[in-house]
Design a protein around this ligand. Structure first.
Ligand SMILES: [Zn+2]
Length: 1009
């Protein structure tokens, strides 16, 4: 027999596209359209409905960037359409390849009820399944003219990313606003053909494929192209046989969940996300009503809260759908946050605020963490997830790795403390699945655990900018339930998937340590002001809670629950995975910087109020220590009159000559040359030199930084090939201050930029602290500061949440080589047996490491990533003034590096009051650190104390409570009793503690009044 395969496929594709799909809507009538353009910010729907409307001619332009145009559409169903399925078709000027990234609309009835949304892949509005004829129609569309920012060359600089610089000219032209009839048989035929065409393309040259091809030909033979509607049923009958063939017994199974990954801000501002969430959820509720099998999942308590506050009618319908099990809250977090940069306490609050919202609003505790798109995953997460009631973890982002293919799809992920959490990466490699034949076949083909496990997850729907699942996707899912040659697809709660997988994989593979994303490495550095704002505000809120708790348990002071909750929610929102990573448009980062200033001021006010309550008005100068380390003899959470502080050590000696300046105290001696570079840093006790031979530290280096794509996200490995050392200084000046510190002020000018550095050595300090003010006027340039260390380090030791992680310094394998830019929190430590040094920072998260060897002597260079200047999506990223504080700790181990990092980030406070006060709790035990002291989120007045083991070893310790303690219990991160919580009863008011390596322990204290 001749091979007609390509003939059949081409025939089916053409008839489908040119004849069948257009015949889905056989009749149409134009609607009466009027419009009211609003160039500024959105208005409430009730106000939009009440606007004055002027006639709008379909085919004319509308919508400047970021504007809103309200359309009013009116019509009447003709009487001779009685019995027909009637809809509206609205094309606002859509590009079907831009769903979520283009104009969108929300449809309202005149009574304010949100009907559903309009987007490029969802252009219909329901009128009647079977019209009576004569129905009057009046609907309103709130149309958002959001500009397209990811175009065909997607990463060009654009001024459209901020309403302050965007173009006022209209961006869109209305194309269609019609009343139509919909022929259901033709619609179903179009899906039959599409599913079979896509399926056969994935099949081997085997009988199943040929039977499908023949059925396609048979169907097309009975289809009269002049009378598609009349012959569609016969064509479907010709396909029914091949569509009825059941899947193979061993077919892969896809646990589908309707989804729209809506970025809480990205190429649109936060205010637009609120509307995006409303638009998508209204369409998903419509699909839930029309398809009894469909289940929709949505993460991020913040997104639900926006709807609760601003769209209560819609929210009430969501609540009902959640109660019915059809709308599934996912993830148990406040937002889908970055997980690499937030502090440990911030990640705890992501879970606490997220889970509590879902509990209070829906009576649901989420069982899994849902982070499909964040840029790498901290190894602190497994412990935090399991202590927050989350038994599973989901992401797909690691499939974006540039270099290495991750070896598992269903496995256990082990964190720094040894906690393991069942984890799944969908082998479809997407969080925006369309359920195409290619996607479902790819899932089955790639799934790594097929020897034992049967299924994988498919998140189905348009994402990023929203849109969600379409009725066409749902129709495909119906056909793929049980179809020969295809994986089986069924809508399913992810909890069921993880339960099945746990049964199928009793001994899953284990991945230990961070889930490093081999891409988007520059997100640790882009938008420095956003990074600095996060670091400051998360620290200030923890401090505010400490003083407020101490005051509330001792004085009539009222704990500011509401204010703290609101401030935490704002900080948590800005940890979203396109805000904190610095990858949003200029508008988002402009607002983020303003928001961090507001949070900072509000937190400072709370701190002042609590401290005032604790000390009463007076004129004693007091020093307060908010840090979880003892400083100047003041314990964490305690205070001391300034006059009683221990005398500072001898003043630093500073000697200046023609070769530079030597600073020394009793611990270290540091040489700074005439260019302001550190040529020597000696630990006096051991005589060890810290700086690599012939090298200089505090060396600022510029790199050309023009990645191949994703400018704000990526730095490509070739960036290292071009480097400019900023050696020359404009001036190097020595000064001393009254407290005995010596200060070297270095000025440097280069290109259009200027840097002032102050290098300070204090009496009794091992750290040379550097404060750097940069007026940054470069573009596409990476600024780093290098510390070449005479240390043969096998690993870098970088702080992460509640501990640290080690990374090899070699690049033996492609896995290590790919980690050419990695994350830290407050310190990176390099050490060899007997000696180490650490680099500290106050607002940076990225560093890189290189290992050099000369004459068989290994040295290690660590560089802090300070600033970048990508031009997409914010064309002016990082331009202007920045302050960084960082330092070199000479002679360091993990404990001293941890303490120095804390000290740099948590300054002492000085106030005047009547008396000093002791801390509420005191913690003894080497390596044990307090993370939070707060009142319980349930507002019972009980005290929550969170502590952790920071050195990576088992330890014992003691918590002393300076109050009348009634009882103590170990609780979860959600502050709920733990079934297997270690009993911590004490008769002495002391709590004995025994913790594992990096363990995070949360205690709940009840005090007697
Ligand atoms: Zn995302």
């Amino acid at each position: 027999m001749h091979d007609d395969t390509s003939l059949t496929i081409a025939r089916a594709r053409r008839v489908l596209a040119e004849r069948i799909i257009p015949a889905i809507y056989p009749q149409s009538l134009p609607l009466e359209v009027a419009a009211h353009p609003l160039p500024g910010e959105p208005i409430a729907p009730a106000d939009g409905l009440a606007l004055d409307y002027c006639p709008h001619t379909v085919g004319t332009e509308w919508g400047p960037a970021w504007g809103t145009t309200w359309f009013r559409i009116r019509g009447q169903v003709p009487t001779d359409w009685a019995g027909k399925h009637v809809e509206l078709r609205i094309d606002l000027g859509f590009d079907t390849s831009m769903t979520g990234f283009q104009c969108e609309g929300q449809v309202y009835r005149a009574d304010g009820h949100g009907v559903k949304s309009l987007n490029p892949r969802n252009q219909w509005i329901p009128v009647a399944d079977a019209a009576a004829g004569g129905e009057d129609i009046e609907l309103f569309i709130e149309a958002a003219s959001n500009p397209v920012l990811l175009e065909h060359h997607p990463f060009l600089p654009t001024a459209q990313g901020d309403v302050r610089s965007s173009s006022p000219t209209p961006l869109y032209t209305t194309k269609t606003m019609d009343l139509v009839t919909r022929d259901l048989a033709v619609y179903e035929l179009s899906l039959d053909l599409e599913v079979l065409l896509e399926l056969q393309a994935e099949l081997p040259e085997a009988p199943r494929r040929f039977r499908i091809l023949q059925a396609l030909d048979d169907a097309l033979d009975v289809l009269d192209l002049a009378r598609i509607g009349d012959t569609a049923a016969a064509a479907r009958a010709a396909l029914a046989g091949v569509l009825a063939q059941p899947a193979e017994a061993s077919a892969h199974r896809l646990a589908a969940i309707g989804h729209a990954h809506i970025d809480s801000a990205w190429l649109w501002p936060l205010r637009e996300t609120i509307r995006k969430v409303a638009r998508t959820t209204s369409s998903m509720l419509e699909l839930i009503d029309s398809d009894p099998d469909f289940i929709y999942g949505m993460s991020s308590a913040q997104q639900y809260k926006w709807l609760k506050d601003q769209h209560p009618g819609l929210y009430a319908r969501i609540k009902q759908a959640v109660a019915n099990g059809r709308f599934v809250p996912l993830g148990g977090m406040w937002v889908e946050s970055d997980t690499v940069m937030p502090s440990g306490e911030s990640l705890v609050r992501q879970f606490l605020y997220g889970q509590r919202f879902f509990q209070e609003e829906f009576g649901i505790t989420c069982h899994g963490a849902w982070l499909p798109d964040s840029f790498g995953y901290s190894p602190a997460l497994p412990q935090l997830m399991s202590r927050a009631g989350l038994d599973w973890f989901f992401t797909q982002k690691i499939s974006w790795n540039q270099t290495n293919t991750f070896p598992h799809h269903s496995f256990d992920w082990e964190g720094i403390d040894g906690s393991r959490v069942p984890t799944h990466f969908p082998p479809m490699d997407t969080y925006n699945a369309q359920l195409s034949g290619h996607e479902v076949a790819l899932a089955a083909r790639q799934f790594r655990e097929s020897r034992r496990a049967s299924s994988s997850i498919a998140p189905v729907g348009w994402g990023d900018g929203g849109g969600g699942t379409t009725r066409e996707m749902a129709s495909k899912a119906q056909r793929l339930k049980d179809l020969e040659g295809s994986p089986r697809v069924s809508w399913e709660h992810p909890d069921s998937f993880y339960a099945r997988t746990a049964a199928e994989l009793p001994n899953p593979a284990v991945w230990v340590g961070e889930l490093y994303l081999e891409l988007h490495r520059a997100t640790l550095t882009s938008q420095h002001l956003t990074k600095a704002g996060n670091r400051r505000t998360e620290q200030l809120l923890v401090e505010a809670e400490l003083w407020a708790t101490t005051a509330a348990t001792r004085t009539p002071y009222d704990y500011p629950y509401q204010e703290l909750d609101a401030l935490w929610e704002a900080v948590l929102l800005h940890q979203f995975h396109d805000i904190l990573p610095g990858t949003s448009i200029a508008w988002v980062h402009r607002e983020a910087v303003a928001e961090y200033a507001r949070i900072t001021a509000a937190a400072q006010a709370l701190i002042t109020a609590a401290q005032t309550a604790l000390t009463d008005p007076g004129d004693v100068e007091l020093v307060l220590n908010p840090a979880p380390i003892t400083r100047n003899g003041i314990p964490p959470g305690g205070s001391c009159p300034l006059a009683k502080l221990p005398a500072p050590g001898p003043a630093v000696t500073a000697v200046q000559d023609a070769y530079g300046i030597r600073l020394s105290n009793e611990l270290v001696s540091i040489n700074v040359d005439t260019n302001g570079l550190i040529t020597s840093a000696i630990d006096l006790a051991s005589g060890r030199e810290t700086i690599a031979p012939g090298q200089c530290a505090n060396l600022l280096q510029l790199h050309q930084d023009f990645p191949n794509q994703w400018d704000a996200w990526d730095v490509d490995a070739f960036y290292r090939n071009r480097v400019t050392d900023l050696v020359a200084a404009d001036s190097v000046e020595l000064s001393t201050d009254a407290e005995g510190s010596a200060r070297i002020t270095v000025q440097r000018s280069f290109c259009a930029s200027h840097i002032t550095q102050e290098l300070v050595l204090a009496p009794g300090a091992r750290m040379l602290e550097i404060t750097q003010h940069t007026d940054w006027q470069e573009v596409e340039t990476f600024l780093k500061v290098a510390f070449p260390l005479d240390i043969r380090a096998e690993h870098s030791i970088a702080e992460t949440q509640f501990g640290y992680l080690k990374r090899p310094t070699h690049v033996n394998t492609s896995w290590e080589a790919a980690k050419f830019e990695t994350s830290m929190h407050r310190f990176v430590l390099l050490k060899e047996p007997g000696f180490g040094a650490a680099v500290l920072n106050d607002s940076s998260y990225g560093y890189d490491l290189t290992r050099e060897a000369a004459d068989a002597r290994v040295s290690t260079t660590v560089r802090i990533s300070l600033l970048r200047a990508p031009r997409f999506p914010d064309p002016h990223t990082d331009q202007g003034l920045h302050t960084h504080r960082y330092g070199l700790l000479i002679g360091a181990d993990i404990a001293s590096a941890t303490a120095a990092g804390i000290a740099l980030n948590t300054p002492e406070r000085r106030i005047t009051g009547r008396y000093a006060f002791p801390p509420l709790v005191e913690l003894d035990g080497e390596g044990l650190l307090l993370s939070a002291v707060k009142l319980a989120a349930d507002r019972s007045g009980e005290v929550i104390v969170r502590l952790y083991e920071s050195l990576g070893r088992r330890c014992t310790g003691m918590l002393r409570v300076n109050a009348d303690l009634e009882s103590v219990s170990t609780v979860s991160l959600l502050e709920e009793p733990l079934a297997d919580g270690e009993p911590v009863f004490t008769e002495t008011g002391h709590v004995e503690l025994s913790l594992g390596a990096f363990e995070v322990r949360t205690l709940r204290l009840r005090l007697r009044d």
